[in-house]
Design a protein around this ligand. Structure first.
Ligand code: NAD
Length: 468
């Protein structure tokens, strides 16, 4: 039997949950399949004058809501199957956090380290042109965002190229999210996925009976954790975990892994990597024999934040963490998932846990369409109302607040405050909803997340009258 692909794995997880629903088979099939996959090839003129063919994909998994939404990744492992799997996860993720988008995902099959900045720019602009021509890009159709190997700079190139071809100058800004601030980006987007991971883990660790079942105390303070992948998601997740008092004991990167049971300082690890090009040989830490060995370190929480398929049937029996927090998409295969559940390890699934990115992307899209920064109209008004209220309290009580308190408390919410608070509310609300399904149906969190998503997408289809 051939090894299941990533999309097979996602669909196996889907079917586990579908068995707990009463939706007709045809409707379940419609929710599960990928609505469209566009494979494209285009030439890149390399800096040395040679021509290379670049292969890319964009998958639009579900059109039950528009636009569809999902990142674009640059990685040598990208394939049609991979983007279909990732686009499906996007559909379920958006449904779980009540973001009104269908799922999509794109990828370019390159190892970006092999290309100059100018070449990456040419690839990105040509990709944008091709997607625009095929109607696979636009504020109301398909809105990409950063993913593995891409960031704000690529998003700015996408915007700039799209704007050149678009007949829709007013809303063009909303054709892509994760942009730089000066190009219509939103404060808090860069760290949003990592921050969302932190909110999700914190919420899971706050439930006493769940922690007791794992032999853990509640709260993050003092809990040990290991992170795989110190990129956008992994770094920020680790930073917020560390700030909340959790102790980083292991880090894996592409070049290897390091360990210190007494704790590693994240800023020091990062600086060391920037200076030496590697996390290895950090004073006070031990190098592990391989990067993957970090996944098997003793710790309370393991945060895979690199790529899919990292925890498989092979290494799942050796995982020592009590909680696996899926910051990456698909880090645990379906076979490994069964083994880990059997072993009583709590998996906080990707379809919930890394939804912070798309949540804040939604806020960015709304901001772009409304052409106004969140808080711009209300911040000053809120602040003066709060000051008036506090002064009234002083008058009534005849007592005065200490110096600085009024200014502190009266502070009106600016864009970043609103984004972070909207993200926190979303992650807490979604976790409680999924956990409630888990408790009611007696299933694990992943199955509960899928049930939640399937029910919501099914409802949208039924409301559309597609399946009377
Ligand atoms: P990134 O490119 O910023 O970082 C990924 C990091 O992982 C890099 O530092 C890379 O060197 C490292 N890495 C790669 N292979 C590794 C390996 N085998 N072992 C250890 N480290 C390895 O990417 P990112 O945006 O942080 O995305 C990471 C994961 O999170 C992906 O699965 C992505 O789909 C998912 N995700 C990202 C976002 C987002 O907003 N960026 C949102 C949701 C989900």
């Amino acid at each position: 039997m051939s090894t299941p692909t990533f999309f097979d794995d996602v669909n196996r997880m889907f079917e586990r949950a579908a068995a707990h629903t009463t939706h007709p088979r045809g409707l379940l099939d419609q929710i599960k399949i990928c609505n469209g996959l566009y494979q494209l090839e285009f030439p890149l003129k390399r800096d040395d004058g040679s021509i290379q063919v670049i292969r890319a994909w964009r998958a639009q998994h579900s059109h039950h809501k528009l636009p569809v939404k999902g990142g674009i990744r640059y990685a040598p492992t990208v394939s049609g199957d991979e983007v279909m799997a990732l686009s499906a996860l996007m559909t379920y993720k958006c449904a779980i956090v009540n973001v009104p988008f269908g799922g999509a995902k794109g990828g370019v099959q390159i190892d970006r380290r092999q290309y100059s900045e100018a070449e990456i720019e040419r690839i990105t602009r040509r990709l944008t042109y091709e997607l625009t021509r095929k109607n696979f890009l636009g504020p109301g159709t398909d809105v990409p965002a950063p993913d593995y190997g891409t960031g704000a700079r690529e998003m700015a190139w996408i915007l700039d190229t799209y704007r050149t071809f678009s007949n829709d100058p007013l809303d063009a800004l909303a054709c892509v999210t994760g942009k730089p601030l000066g190009q219509g980006g939103i404060r808090g987007r860069t760290e949003a996925t990592g921050r969302g991971v932190y909110f999700g883990v914190r919420e899971a660790c706050s439930v006493k009976e769940d922690m007791q079942a794992l032999g853990l105390t509640t709260g993050l303070e003092g809990k040990t954790f290991v992170v795989q992948g110190l990129g956008n998601v992994g770094y920020h997740a680790a930073r917020f975990m560390e700030e909340a008092g959790a102790v980083l004991v292991g880090v894996a990167e592409i070049e290897g892994a390091i360990h210190n049971p007494n704790g590693l300082d994240l800023a020091t690890v990062r600086r060391h990597r920037q200076e030496t090009g590697s996390i290895l040989d950090l004073p006070g830490a031990t190098n592990l024999p391989s990067s993957a060995a970090a996944l098997e370190l003793p710790c309370d929480i393991l945060i895979p934040a690199a790529l899919e398929g990292q925890i498989t049937a092979d290494n799942a029996p050796r995982i020592q963490a009590r909680i696996i927090a899926e910051a990456a998409n698909g880090p645990v295969t379906a076979d490994a998932d069964a083994i880990l559940n059997e072993r009583g390890i709590l998996i906080i699934p990707d379809i919930f846990l890394n939804a912070g990115g798309v949540t804040v992307s939604y806020f960015e899209w709304l901001r772009n369409l409304s052409h106004v920064r969140f808080g711009r109209l209300s911040k000053r008004f809120e602040q003066s109302s709060n000051v008036r209220l506090l002064r009234a309290v002083e008058q009534l009580t005849g007592r005065h607040f200490p110096d600085g308190v009024v200014e502190d408390v009266a502070h009106g919410a600016d864009e970043e405050d609103l984004v972070n608070s909207g993200l926190e509310e979303t992650m807490i609300g979604a976790y409680q909803e999924v956990r409630e399904i888990k408790a009611r149906r007696g299933v694990d969190l992943r199955v509960a997340g899928f049930i939640n998503a399937i029910d919501k997408v099914a409802l949208a289809y039924l409301e559309l009258g597609i399946f009377p």
